[in-house]
Design a binder for this molecule. Structure first.
Ligand SMILES: [Zn+2]
Length: 175
C-alpha cells in the first residue's frame, strides 16, 4: 500500500465529475488500499479517489477512533438512494481543504447503495457522523465540496486564502 499525494484546493480536478468503475478488479482494490493508507496517514475519516487525482467513483471511510480496531468501509460506485427530511449539523473538514472547518447542515440520515471491495452489491442505512461522511464523500464524486454548502461569504474567503497559498507555493517552486 502506498500513501499518495493529496489534491488540494483550488486544484480544478476537485471539480471533476468522476466516472463509475466497470468492474471491481485487482487494480481497483489496489487503488482502494492506497486510498485507505493515504487517509489513515493524513489522518482523515473519509477519502474519495479524486482527492488523490483519480476521477473514479471510489470512496473509503473509517470512523473508528484511534484506540479502536480499524473498520474500513469501501464504497465503489456509491449512490445515495434516500435522504431524510430531518437534518443535522456537523463541523466538517476535508483533506483537500486542510485545517479549515465549518458547520454544515445535511440530511440526518441516508441510504447508500454501492459495490464493496469484493464487488458485491450492498445497501447501507446511515445516521449520525456516518450519514454526513457518506454525503460529503459522494459529493466529491460529483465535483462538489463541503464549502459549497456554507455561505458565499465564507466560501469566497476560504477559496481566496487557498488560491493565495497556491500562488505562494508556486512562486517558491519556481524560485
Ligand atoms: Zn472532502
Amino acid at each position: 500500500m502506498t500513501v499518495r499525494d493529496l489534491v488540494i484546493l483550488p486544484d480544478p480536478r476537485l471539480r471533476a465529475t468522476c466516472e463509475p468503475v466497470e468492474a471491481v478488479d485487482d487494480e481497483v482494490r489496489c487503488l482502494l488500499d492506497d486510498m485507505l493508507e493515504t487517509m489513515y496517514d493524513a489522518p482523515g475519516i473519509g477519502l474519495a479517489a479524486i482527492q488523490v487525482g483519480i476521477p473514479k467513483r471510489l470512496v473509503v471511510i473509517d470512523l473508528a477512533k484511534e484506540e479502536e480496531e480499524p473498520r474500513p468501509l469501501f464504497l465503489v460506485n456509491p449512490e445515495i438512494t434516500w435522504t431524510s427530511e430531518e437534518t443535522s449539523v456537523y463541523e466538517e473538514g476535508c483533506l483537500s481543504i486542510p485545517e479549515y472547518y465549518e458547520e454544515v447542515e445535511r440530511p440526518a440520515r441516508c441510504r447508500v447503495r454501492f459495490l464493496d471491495r469484493e464487488g458485491r452489491e450492498q445497501e447501507l442505512e446511515c445516521d449520525g457522523l456516518l450519514a454526513t461522511c457518506v454525503q460529503h464523500e459522494v459529493d466529491h464524486l460529483n465535483g462538489v465540496l463541503f464549502i459549497d454548502h456554507i455561505s458565499k461569504l465564507k466560501r469566497d474567503r476560504v477559496t481566496k486564502k487557498f488560491a493565495k497559498q497556491a500562488r505562494r507555493d508556486g512562486t517558491r517552486l519556481a524560485g
